[in-house]
Design a binder for this molecule. Structure first.
Ligand code: SAH
Length: 360
Protein backbone atom coordinates (compact mmCIF):
# COMPACT_ATOMS: atom_id res chain seq x y z
CA UNK A 1 0.00 0.00 0.00
CA UNK A 2 1.33 3.46 -0.82
CA UNK A 3 1.74 5.85 2.06
CA UNK A 4 -1.23 8.09 2.77
CA UNK A 5 -0.58 11.79 2.44
CA UNK A 6 -0.86 13.85 5.62
CA UNK A 7 -3.31 16.65 4.79
CA UNK A 8 -2.47 18.43 8.04
CA UNK A 9 1.12 19.08 6.94
CA UNK A 10 -0.08 21.23 4.03
CA UNK A 11 -0.99 24.90 3.70
CA UNK A 12 -4.63 25.57 2.71
CA UNK A 13 -3.66 26.13 -0.95
CA UNK A 14 -1.72 22.88 -1.12
CA UNK A 15 -4.37 20.86 0.72
CA UNK A 16 -7.07 22.19 -1.60
CA UNK A 17 -4.97 21.32 -4.64
CA UNK A 18 -4.50 17.73 -3.42
CA UNK A 19 -8.17 17.42 -2.57
CA UNK A 20 -9.18 18.82 -5.96
CA UNK A 21 -7.04 16.21 -7.71
CA UNK A 22 -8.51 13.44 -5.57
CA UNK A 23 -12.11 14.58 -6.11
CA UNK A 24 -11.53 14.72 -9.86
CA UNK A 25 -10.13 11.19 -9.82
CA UNK A 26 -13.07 9.98 -7.78
CA UNK A 27 -15.57 11.67 -10.10
CA UNK A 28 -16.79 13.99 -7.32
CA UNK A 29 -18.14 17.53 -7.76
CA UNK A 30 -15.65 20.27 -6.94
CA UNK A 31 -17.68 21.69 -4.02
CA UNK A 32 -16.53 18.62 -2.07
CA UNK A 33 -13.06 20.20 -1.91
CA UNK A 34 -14.26 23.07 0.26
CA UNK A 35 -16.40 20.74 2.36
CA UNK A 36 -13.41 18.61 3.29
CA UNK A 37 -10.99 21.56 3.60
CA UNK A 38 -13.23 23.15 6.26
CA UNK A 39 -13.01 19.97 8.30
CA UNK A 40 -9.22 20.02 8.47
CA UNK A 41 -8.81 23.06 10.73
CA UNK A 42 -11.74 25.48 10.85
CA UNK A 43 -14.29 22.97 12.08
CA UNK A 44 -12.08 19.96 12.55
CA UNK A 45 -13.04 16.29 12.72
CA UNK A 46 -11.39 13.48 14.64
CA UNK A 47 -11.33 11.30 11.52
CA UNK A 48 -12.80 11.07 8.01
CA UNK A 49 -15.61 8.97 9.53
CA UNK A 50 -16.84 12.06 11.31
CA UNK A 51 -17.33 13.98 8.04
CA UNK A 52 -20.95 12.89 8.05
CA UNK A 53 -21.85 15.47 5.43
CA UNK A 54 -20.03 13.25 2.90
CA UNK A 55 -21.32 9.97 1.46
CA UNK A 56 -19.83 6.99 3.33
CA UNK A 57 -18.09 5.67 0.22
CA UNK A 58 -16.32 8.99 -0.29
CA UNK A 59 -15.20 9.09 3.33
CA UNK A 60 -13.69 5.64 2.91
CA UNK A 61 -12.00 6.60 -0.36
CA UNK A 62 -10.46 9.71 1.25
CA UNK A 63 -9.25 7.72 4.25
CA UNK A 64 -7.40 5.40 1.86
CA UNK A 65 -5.56 8.31 0.28
CA UNK A 66 -5.05 10.72 3.15
CA UNK A 67 -4.42 10.77 6.86
CA UNK A 68 -5.43 13.26 9.56
CA UNK A 69 -3.08 12.45 12.44
CA UNK A 70 -4.06 13.42 15.96
CA UNK A 71 -1.81 14.39 18.85
CA UNK A 72 -2.42 11.97 21.69
CA UNK A 73 -3.39 13.79 24.87
CA UNK A 74 -1.68 11.88 27.66
CA UNK A 75 -2.16 14.28 30.53
CA UNK A 76 -3.83 17.56 31.32
CA UNK A 77 -4.02 19.66 34.43
CA UNK A 78 -5.79 22.83 35.44
CA UNK A 79 -4.35 25.51 37.70
CA UNK A 80 -6.44 27.25 40.32
CA UNK A 81 -6.05 30.38 38.16
CA UNK A 82 -7.67 28.66 35.14
CA UNK A 83 -4.42 28.01 33.24
CA UNK A 84 -4.50 24.57 31.65
CA UNK A 85 -1.51 22.51 30.68
CA UNK A 86 -1.57 19.65 28.18
CA UNK A 87 1.01 16.96 27.54
CA UNK A 88 0.79 15.40 24.07
CA UNK A 89 2.49 12.26 22.85
CA UNK A 90 3.67 12.20 19.24
CA UNK A 91 3.76 9.17 16.98
CA UNK A 92 7.41 8.43 17.72
CA UNK A 93 6.84 8.67 21.47
CA UNK A 94 8.18 12.21 21.92
CA UNK A 95 6.26 14.36 24.41
CA UNK A 96 5.45 18.05 24.00
CA UNK A 97 3.64 20.61 26.11
CA UNK A 98 0.94 23.14 25.36
CA UNK A 99 -0.49 25.67 27.82
CA UNK A 100 -3.83 27.52 27.56
CA UNK A 101 -3.91 30.77 29.52
CA UNK A 102 -7.26 32.54 29.93
CA UNK A 103 -7.19 36.27 30.58
CA UNK A 104 -10.47 38.18 30.44
CA UNK A 105 -12.07 37.35 27.14
CA UNK A 106 -8.83 36.13 25.57
CA UNK A 107 -7.31 32.68 25.71
CA UNK A 108 -3.63 32.53 24.78
CA UNK A 109 -2.21 29.20 23.70
CA UNK A 110 1.50 28.72 24.37
CA UNK A 111 2.72 26.19 21.81
CA UNK A 112 5.87 24.11 21.30
CA UNK A 113 7.88 24.11 18.09
CA UNK A 114 10.51 21.47 18.90
CA UNK A 115 10.71 18.37 21.09
CA UNK A 116 13.32 19.53 23.57
CA UNK A 117 15.66 22.39 22.74
CA UNK A 118 19.33 22.66 21.81
CA UNK A 119 19.99 26.10 23.32
CA UNK A 120 20.54 25.26 26.99
CA UNK A 121 19.58 28.61 28.49
CA UNK A 122 20.77 28.31 32.09
CA UNK A 123 17.39 28.83 33.80
CA UNK A 124 15.17 26.82 31.42
CA UNK A 125 13.82 23.31 32.02
CA UNK A 126 13.53 22.53 28.30
CA UNK A 127 17.15 23.51 27.73
CA UNK A 128 18.20 21.04 30.41
CA UNK A 129 16.55 18.11 28.62
CA UNK A 130 18.41 18.67 25.34
CA UNK A 131 17.17 18.53 21.76
CA UNK A 132 15.23 15.60 20.30
CA UNK A 133 13.84 16.83 16.99
CA UNK A 134 11.97 19.52 15.11
CA UNK A 135 8.20 19.28 15.12
CA UNK A 136 6.34 18.92 11.84
CA UNK A 137 3.74 21.44 10.69
CA UNK A 138 0.82 19.27 11.81
CA UNK A 139 2.40 18.79 15.23
CA UNK A 140 2.73 22.53 15.83
CA UNK A 141 -0.59 23.70 14.37
CA UNK A 142 -2.14 20.46 15.68
CA UNK A 143 -1.79 21.79 19.22
CA UNK A 144 -4.39 24.44 18.34
CA UNK A 145 -6.51 21.94 16.40
CA UNK A 146 -6.66 19.67 19.45
CA UNK A 147 -8.14 22.54 21.51
CA UNK A 148 -11.08 22.52 19.09
CA UNK A 149 -11.46 18.74 19.49
CA UNK A 150 -11.66 18.64 23.29
CA UNK A 151 -14.97 17.45 24.76
CA UNK A 152 -15.29 21.04 25.91
CA UNK A 153 -13.48 22.92 23.16
CA UNK A 154 -11.35 25.94 24.04
CA UNK A 155 -11.64 28.92 21.68
CA UNK A 156 -8.09 30.17 21.28
CA UNK A 157 -7.73 33.90 20.50
CA UNK A 158 -3.94 34.35 20.76
CA UNK A 159 -0.87 32.24 20.07
CA UNK A 160 2.61 32.53 21.53
CA UNK A 161 5.53 30.33 20.43
CA UNK A 162 6.78 30.14 24.00
CA UNK A 163 6.45 26.45 24.70
CA UNK A 164 9.28 24.01 24.15
CA UNK A 165 11.88 24.77 21.51
CA UNK A 166 13.27 27.60 19.41
CA UNK A 167 10.78 28.37 16.62
CA UNK A 168 13.30 30.15 14.41
CA UNK A 169 15.53 27.07 14.37
CA UNK A 170 12.58 25.21 12.84
CA UNK A 171 11.58 27.86 10.31
CA UNK A 172 10.90 25.24 7.62
CA UNK A 173 7.88 24.07 9.63
CA UNK A 174 7.06 27.30 11.48
CA UNK A 175 6.70 29.28 8.24
CA UNK A 176 3.79 27.18 6.83
CA UNK A 177 2.42 26.80 10.36
CA UNK A 178 2.04 30.59 10.59
CA UNK A 179 -0.01 30.42 7.40
CA UNK A 180 -2.29 27.76 8.88
CA UNK A 181 -2.72 29.65 12.14
CA UNK A 182 -3.64 32.86 10.33
CA UNK A 183 -5.51 31.81 7.16
CA UNK A 184 -9.29 32.20 7.58
CA UNK A 185 -9.75 28.88 5.76
CA UNK A 186 -7.67 27.20 8.49
CA UNK A 187 -7.40 28.45 12.11
CA UNK A 188 -8.17 32.10 11.36
CA UNK A 189 -6.24 33.78 14.19
CA UNK A 190 -5.23 37.39 13.44
CA UNK A 191 -1.53 37.87 12.72
CA UNK A 192 -1.24 40.52 15.44
CA UNK A 193 -2.43 37.91 17.89
CA UNK A 194 0.38 35.51 16.99
CA UNK A 195 3.79 36.05 18.64
CA UNK A 196 6.99 34.26 17.67
CA UNK A 197 9.48 34.23 20.54
CA UNK A 198 13.17 33.74 19.82
CA UNK A 199 16.56 33.91 21.48
CA UNK A 200 17.59 36.01 18.47
CA UNK A 201 18.25 33.66 15.54
CA UNK A 202 19.11 36.33 12.98
CA UNK A 203 18.25 34.57 9.69
CA UNK A 204 14.91 33.57 11.20
CA UNK A 205 14.16 37.14 12.26
CA UNK A 206 14.83 38.29 8.71
CA UNK A 207 12.57 35.55 7.32
CA UNK A 208 9.76 36.47 9.73
CA UNK A 209 10.16 40.14 8.82
CA UNK A 210 9.71 39.30 5.15
CA UNK A 211 6.27 37.83 5.74
CA UNK A 212 3.66 40.39 4.73
CA UNK A 213 1.39 39.59 7.72
CA UNK A 214 1.81 41.49 10.97
CA UNK A 215 3.07 38.56 13.04
CA UNK A 216 4.65 39.75 16.27
CA UNK A 217 8.24 39.18 17.30
CA UNK A 218 9.43 38.76 20.87
CA UNK A 219 13.14 38.47 21.62
CA UNK A 220 14.51 36.84 24.77
CA UNK A 221 17.12 39.39 25.87
CA UNK A 222 17.50 38.46 29.56
CA UNK A 223 20.77 40.41 30.00
CA UNK A 224 21.92 43.86 28.85
CA UNK A 225 25.58 42.90 28.29
CA UNK A 226 27.34 40.21 26.27
CA UNK A 227 29.24 39.06 29.31
CA UNK A 228 26.16 38.18 31.32
CA UNK A 229 24.06 37.11 28.35
CA UNK A 230 26.76 34.64 27.37
CA UNK A 231 26.52 32.98 30.76
CA UNK A 232 22.74 32.73 30.65
CA UNK A 233 22.29 31.98 26.95
CA UNK A 234 25.10 30.10 25.17
CA UNK A 235 23.59 31.11 21.78
CA UNK A 236 24.93 34.61 22.46
CA UNK A 237 28.32 33.41 21.13
CA UNK A 238 26.77 32.89 17.71
CA UNK A 239 24.36 35.83 17.79
CA UNK A 240 25.81 38.51 20.10
CA UNK A 241 23.64 41.11 21.75
CA UNK A 242 24.63 43.99 19.44
CA UNK A 243 23.59 42.00 16.35
CA UNK A 244 20.30 40.98 17.94
CA UNK A 245 19.59 44.60 18.86
CA UNK A 246 20.39 45.68 15.31
CA UNK A 247 17.97 43.06 13.96
CA UNK A 248 15.28 44.36 16.31
CA UNK A 249 15.92 47.90 15.09
CA UNK A 250 15.45 47.06 11.44
CA UNK A 251 12.49 44.71 11.98
CA UNK A 252 9.60 46.57 10.42
CA UNK A 253 7.20 46.05 13.33
CA UNK A 254 7.48 46.88 16.98
CA UNK A 255 9.43 44.25 18.90
CA UNK A 256 8.96 42.98 22.46
CA UNK A 257 11.95 42.25 24.68
CA UNK A 258 11.50 39.41 27.13
CA UNK A 259 13.50 39.72 30.32
CA UNK A 260 13.25 36.99 32.93
CA UNK A 261 14.01 38.40 36.38
CA UNK A 262 16.80 36.41 38.04
CA UNK A 263 17.40 37.44 41.66
CA UNK A 264 20.83 39.03 42.13
CA UNK A 265 21.85 38.18 38.57
CA UNK A 266 20.25 40.57 36.08
CA UNK A 267 17.98 42.72 38.25
CA UNK A 268 20.31 45.52 39.43
CA UNK A 269 19.97 49.26 38.91
CA UNK A 270 22.82 49.40 36.38
CA UNK A 271 21.24 46.59 34.43
CA UNK A 272 17.91 48.40 34.36
CA UNK A 273 19.64 51.47 32.94
CA UNK A 274 21.49 49.46 30.30
CA UNK A 275 18.38 47.52 29.33
CA UNK A 276 16.40 50.75 29.15
CA UNK A 277 18.95 52.18 26.72
CA UNK A 278 18.77 49.10 24.46
CA UNK A 279 14.98 49.15 24.51
CA UNK A 280 14.93 52.84 23.63
CA UNK A 281 17.34 52.26 20.77
CA UNK A 282 14.84 49.94 19.11
CA UNK A 283 11.62 51.40 20.53
CA UNK A 284 10.98 47.99 22.03
CA UNK A 285 8.30 47.09 24.51
CA UNK A 286 9.72 45.26 27.55
CA UNK A 287 8.05 42.32 29.26
CA UNK A 288 9.49 41.54 32.68
CA UNK A 289 8.90 37.86 33.41
CA UNK A 290 9.03 36.58 36.99
CA UNK A 291 11.25 33.49 37.04
CA UNK A 292 9.24 30.29 37.20
CA UNK A 293 11.40 28.46 39.73
CA UNK A 294 10.56 24.91 38.58
CA UNK A 295 13.31 24.07 36.12
CA UNK A 296 15.77 26.73 36.94
CA UNK A 297 18.93 25.22 38.43
CA UNK A 298 19.97 27.40 41.31
CA UNK A 299 18.40 30.68 40.21
CA UNK A 300 16.01 32.49 42.52
CA UNK A 301 13.16 34.79 41.49
CA UNK A 302 13.46 38.53 41.99
CA UNK A 303 10.92 39.68 44.60
CA UNK A 304 7.75 41.43 43.46
CA UNK A 305 8.90 44.73 44.97
CA UNK A 306 12.24 44.54 43.23
CA UNK A 307 10.54 43.80 39.92
CA UNK A 308 8.34 46.88 40.38
CA UNK A 309 11.41 48.99 41.09
CA UNK A 310 13.17 47.63 38.01
CA UNK A 311 10.07 48.40 35.93
CA UNK A 312 9.99 51.96 37.29
CA UNK A 313 13.60 52.52 36.30
CA UNK A 314 12.75 51.48 32.75
CA UNK A 315 9.65 53.69 32.65
CA UNK A 316 11.73 56.62 33.89
CA UNK A 317 13.73 56.24 30.71
CA UNK A 318 10.59 56.36 28.61
CA UNK A 319 10.37 52.62 27.97
CA UNK A 320 7.00 50.86 27.90
CA UNK A 321 7.04 47.96 30.34
CA UNK A 322 4.68 45.21 31.44
CA UNK A 323 5.26 42.92 34.38
CA UNK A 324 3.78 39.55 33.49
CA UNK A 325 1.40 37.95 35.89
CA UNK A 326 2.29 34.70 37.57
CA UNK A 327 0.23 32.01 35.92
CA UNK A 328 0.02 28.28 36.40
CA UNK A 329 2.75 28.07 39.01
CA UNK A 330 0.95 25.24 40.81
CA UNK A 331 1.02 23.08 37.66
CA UNK A 332 4.64 23.46 36.53
CA UNK A 333 3.51 25.65 33.65
CA UNK A 334 6.80 27.14 32.49
CA UNK A 335 8.71 25.98 29.46
CA UNK A 336 9.47 22.24 29.68
CA UNK A 337 8.48 21.79 33.28
CA UNK A 338 5.51 19.47 32.88
CA UNK A 339 7.35 17.04 30.65
CA UNK A 340 10.19 16.94 33.15
CA UNK A 341 7.76 16.37 35.98
CA UNK A 342 5.79 13.62 34.26
CA UNK A 343 8.58 11.86 32.44
CA UNK A 344 11.37 12.18 34.93
CA UNK A 345 14.62 14.07 35.39
CA UNK A 346 13.59 16.57 38.00
CA UNK A 347 10.55 17.48 40.06
CA UNK A 348 9.68 21.16 39.93
CA UNK A 349 9.62 22.81 43.30
CA UNK A 350 6.25 23.70 44.72
CA UNK A 351 4.74 26.95 43.75
CA UNK A 352 5.33 29.35 46.58
CA UNK A 353 7.12 31.83 44.39
CA UNK A 354 6.49 33.76 41.22
CA UNK A 355 6.35 32.19 37.80
CA UNK A 356 5.05 32.71 34.34
CA UNK A 357 4.69 31.15 30.95
CA UNK A 358 3.28 33.99 28.95
CA UNK A 359 4.27 37.12 27.14
CA UNK A 360 2.25 39.29 24.77
N1 SAH B 1 13.15 29.60 22.42
C1 SAH B 1 12.26 30.71 22.47
C2 SAH B 1 10.84 30.38 22.88
C3 SAH B 1 10.60 29.42 24.03
S1 SAH B 1 10.86 29.97 25.69
C4 SAH B 1 12.82 31.80 23.37
O1 SAH B 1 13.75 31.52 24.09
O2 SAH B 1 12.36 32.93 23.30
C5 SAH B 1 9.75 31.31 25.98
C6 SAH B 1 10.23 32.24 27.06
O3 SAH B 1 10.18 31.60 28.35
C7 SAH B 1 11.68 32.69 26.86
O4 SAH B 1 11.78 34.07 27.08
C8 SAH B 1 12.40 31.90 27.94
O5 SAH B 1 13.62 32.50 28.28
C9 SAH B 1 11.37 31.92 29.04
N2 SAH B 1 11.61 30.95 30.12
C10 SAH B 1 12.22 29.75 30.08
N3 SAH B 1 12.27 29.18 31.29
C11 SAH B 1 11.67 30.05 32.15
C12 SAH B 1 11.43 30.04 33.55
N4 SAH B 1 11.80 29.02 34.31
N5 SAH B 1 10.79 31.11 34.07
C13 SAH B 1 10.41 32.16 33.31
N6 SAH B 1 10.61 32.22 31.98
C14 SAH B 1 11.25 31.19 31.41
Amino acid sequence: MTERENLLNLTPDDAEARLAAAMAELGQPSYRVGQVARRLWANPVRSFDDMTELPAALRAALAERFELPRLELTFSQQSTDGTRKFLFRLRDGEAIETVAIPDGNRVTLCISSQAGCALRCAFCATGAMGFSRNLEVHEIAGQVREMRLLDEPIAITNIVFMGMGEPLMNWKAVDPTLTLLNDPRALGIGARHITVSTVGILPGIVALGKRPEQFRLAISIHAPSDELRQQLMPINTKYPLADVIEAAKVFDRRVTFEYVMLGGVNDGVEQARALGQLARDCAAFVNLIPLHPGGSQGFVPTSGNEISRFARLLRDRGVEVAVRKSRGIDIAAACGQLRVERLGRRTPKTADQHGDVQVA
